[in-house]
Write a protein that binds this ligand. Structure first.
Ligand SMILES: C[S@@+](CC[C@H](N)C(=O)[O-])C[C@H]1O[C@@H](n2cnc3c(N)ncnc32)[C@H](O)[C@@H]1O
Length: 233
């Protein structure tokens, strides 16, 4: 696979160890899944985890909504292989596909809820990505986009530079033998939307009641869960 999934094919080797060392990473994903605010532990619901990687966000969805059926999709075959090697109930299914070509891989909506964690920033056209996510939702169903979204304020930008160049990029280089993926993370977050910009993008994609919930800890101003709903027709 080329593009960003190709970067993850090559640089994702130490991914699980690196995210485990990031305080709050798994907790924030689980909270994002809870923020979907779906009833009955997800019983009878079909959820999509788009850009599931090695399954951290899939695990978060399963923890928050243990009775739901989950389709977890990623464009990187190596990330997906790592996810598949973990223990999962029979209600969790993994699919190798590019987010932009889901029907060709047999992934069709409508879904009762979608989590896209650290995906949207990686898509070449986030507007197109959000419209796809909107169209995959059942009317009335929620979307949680969880990602880095740096405010335009200088102190937050400086914090991001400092964390990337003192911790994330050196640790990523040590774990994987290459800093390519982690320099991509640094650059892509700098280029991506601030929270108000992403909320405006969600509105333009037709999502109702968009709102941002900040995380906690060192990344509380840098990482957020963005929530929206596909309106009833
Ligand atoms: C930073 S990882 C996040 C993985 C997981 N959601 C988590 O929270 O740990 C981003 C994932 O998005 C996938 N990805 C990026 N662009 C994609 C695309 N166009 N289609 C499918 N997956 C994509 C990458 O392969 C990678 O596994």
């Amino acid at each position: 696979m080329t593009g960003v999934p190709g970067l993850f094919d090559h640089g994702g080797r130490g991914y699980d160890a690196l995210v485990a060392a990031n305080p709050g990473y798994h907790r924030h994903l689980t909270r994002a899944a809870h923020l979907l605010d779906l009833p009955g532990g997800g019983a009878g619901l079909h959820l999509l985890d788009l850009g599931c990687g090695t399954g951290a966000s899939t695990r978060a969805l399963h923890r928050a909504l243990p009775a739901a059926t989950i389709t977890a999709v990623d464009g990187s075959s190596r990330m997906l292989d790592r996810a598949r090697r973990k223990r999962w109930p029979r209600t969790v299914h993994f699919v190798h596909a590019d987010a932009r070509h889901l029907p060709e891989a047999g992934v069709h909506g409508p879904f009762d809820g979608i989590l896209a964690a650290y995906l949207l920033r990686n898509l070449p056209d986030p507007d197109h990505g959000l419209r796809l996510l909107h169209d995959l939702l059942r009317p009335g169903a929620p979307l949680a986009v969880h990602d880095y979204s740096l405010p335009r304020r200088l102190p937050d930008r400086l914090l991001w530079h400092a964390i990337c160049w003192t911790v994330i990029i050196p640790a990523g280089g040590l774990a994987t033998g290459s800093t390519d993926l982690y320099r991509h993370l640094w650059r892509s977050a700098l280029r991506f939307d601030s929270p108000p910009e992403l909320l405006a993008r969600m509105r333009r994609a037709g999502l109702a009641r968009p709102r941002a919930v900040p995380t906690t800890g060192w990344q509380r101003t840098l990482t957020h869960t963005f929530l929206g709903t596909r309106p009833h027709d």
